[in-house]
Design a protein around this ligand. Structure first.
Ligand code: HEC
Ligand code: HEC
Length: 221
């Protein structure tokens, strides 16, 4: 028993020494623990406010809210827009600006929006649409190979920061619809994780997409 303890202690010591020697960048950090400086980020987002709102709550149905979105997800998506892997005409207007920023700046921006609170939304009170949205979101549809959305985006739609699953609660309806259609047409194709959503969206009809978007828009904790 004693020798086991000593062995363990030695291992921990050796491990720590190695860690101290290597200098770590943001991309080396364990995924869920990447954390920027929100107050620094708040000074870098003047050019974003026109579309996303001063705090990340856009008021246009077609433009996403990014307030309260999971930090890691935000950081990754900003990098995809910066590199052109994710494409959008309106976001392209800030590509040169994003290219002028450091990795740390992007982390700070992600931390800023993530620390803000989403204003949420209100689902359309259409019984048929709500029933379909609730059923698909919570249970999926085995026959159509649609998994339950809750397994990754959670029951309340707040996603999973550690796993890099975005929050969808209170998101703008127009944006939710166009995103699911963009996954379905494979147009949204930034990074390996988008493949997951492509294979799910493949099996959704327009009506199912409308129902899911309405349901997610109204989700709150
Ligand atoms: C001219 C309008 C406009 C401006 C300015 C703008 N955005 Fe966007 N942004 C959009 C639109 C529209 C989308 C949705 C793109 C899509 O459908 O793929 C988007 C998407 C995003 C997303 C992804 C959201 C998600 O849920 O996946 C992030 C993150 C983002 N923008 C950050 C920023 C930052 C940071 C800035 C400032 C440097 C900025 N945007 C400036 C319009 C804008
Ligand atoms: C296996 C995990 C998983 C399941 C199940 C899942 N998603 Fe996703 N979802 C993801 C991941 C990962 C992303 C981010 C993909 C990317 O990087 O483009 C995502 C992204 C999204 C987005 C885009 C969010 C944004 O801000 O742009 C929407 C909308 C969405 N999912 C809706 C759904 C719906 C509706 C269902 C159920 C029918 C569902 N998802 C099931 C993992 C999942």
């Amino acid at each position: 028993m004693k020798s086991f303890l000593i062995l363990t202690a030695t291992f921990v010591l050796v491990f720590n020494t190695n860690a101290a020697e290597k200098s770590l960048g943001p991309d080396d950090m364990p995924k869920g623990f990447v954390s920027g400086d929100a107050s620094k980020g708040s000074a870098l987002v003047q050019s974003c406010a026109a579309c996303h709102g001063a705090d990340g709550n856009s008021i246009n149905s077609d433009w996403p809210k990014i307030a309260g979105q999971n930090e890691k997800y935000l950081y990754e998506q900003i990098k995809y827009f910066r590199s052109g892997e994710r494409n959008n005409a309106l976001m392209m207007t800030v590509t040169p600006y994003l290219q002028s920023l450091s990795e740390k700046d992007l982390l700070d921006i992600a931390a800023f929006y993530s620390s803000n609170v989403s204003t949420g939304g209100q689902a359309k009170n259409d019984t048929e649409l709500l029933e379909l949205g609730t059923k698909l979101y919570r249970f999926g549809d085995i026959k159509k190979q649609i998994p339950a959305c809750t397994s990754c985006h959670s029951v309340y739609g707040d996603g999973n920061n550690l796993a890099n699953y975005p929050a969808v609660a209170g998101q703008q309806v127009g944006y939710l619809v166009s995103s699911l259609k963009a996954y379905r047409s494979k147009e949204r194709n930034a990074g390996e994780q988008s493949l997951v959503m492509q294979s799910i969206a493949e099996n959704l009809t327009d009506n199912e997409i409308d129902a899911l978007a309405n349901y997610m828009h109204g989700l709150y904790k």
